[in-house]
Design a protein around this ligand. Structure first.
Ligand code: ADE
Length: 229
């Protein structure tokens, strides 16, 4: 699966995506992440990419032309499942959206910066807008990195142990159960006996019960969502 991320701050994305699971996915040839520097598509001698908003107001707006030129170029080269714009206006990212995107095709992801992007790019090209939540980031880069990370860890073969993505929080609509590692006692707190019993069915049952309990306590809305489905 290929990701083409469009940004005015490529260094920020290299830092966020060049490590850990996304890097492993690329090293294994299971994902390709291409970071495009919008400045290279800037207009005129000064490679301008942003301008003042028509009608006035604070902040700059990413211009339509540099974005359009880059998007058109990419679209000529291959097919894309979606052209995504990261914005607080969008659909909130959750596990089910990540799952859906991980089984589709290539993605173009546009990171806004400054105030945002020219509306005509959204009207002409963007077919999915994704938000990290009801708060405003300084740009879409952190959000794009979160989206890419959430997707690549679901691609078959990326995680060493196939089970680990399946046992993530939310993957079955529940929060993950508590985890423990050595030592078996720490500052007077002992690991639950069941986890050291070696009885795997009993461990699985305990984990499921803990997941349910945790979800009920911390995120009862998730259980309500399931009943409504
Ligand atoms: N860009 C700025 N704020 C954002 C958010 N909350 N989610 C996604 N992209 C953003």
């Amino acid at each position: 699966m290929r990701f083409d991320i469009i940004t005015a701050v490529p260094d920020l994305l290299h830092g966020l995506i060049g490590y850990s699971i996304p890097k492993r996915a690329c090293d294994k040839g299971l994902a390709e992440i291409h970071i495009h520097n919008l400045h290279e598509y800037g207009i005129g001698k000064y490679r301008q990419i942003d301008d003042y908003p028509f009608g006035g107001g604070a902040g700059m707006v990413l211009m339509a032309e540099p974005l359009s030129n880059l998007i058109e170029k990419l679209k000529l080269e291959r097919e894309y499942q979606h052209i995504i714009y990261m914005t607080p206006d969008g659909k909130t990212l959750d596990q089910s959206l990540s799952n859906r995107l991980s089984i589709g095709g290539n993605l173009i992801i546009i990171c806004g910066h400054y105030k945002g992007i020219d509306q005509r790019i959204r009207d002409l090209y963007v077919d999915l807008e994704v938000s990290l939540g009801d708060f405003v980031l300084s740009g879409g880069e952190i959000a794009a990195a979160a989206l890419v990370d959430a997707i690549v860890r679901l691609l078959p073969g990326v995680l060493g142990d196939e089970e680990s993505a399946l046992s993530d929080s939310f993957q079955d609509g529940l929060l993950a159960p508590p985890l423990y590692t050595r030592p078996s006692e720490f500052k007077g707190l002992k690991v639950p006996d069941v986890l050291t019993s070696g009885d795997h069915p009993k461990v699985a049952l305990w984990r499921h019960e803990q997941s349910l309990e945790r979800t009920q306590k911390l995120r009862p809305d998730l259980l309500a969502d399931e009943q409504a489905d």
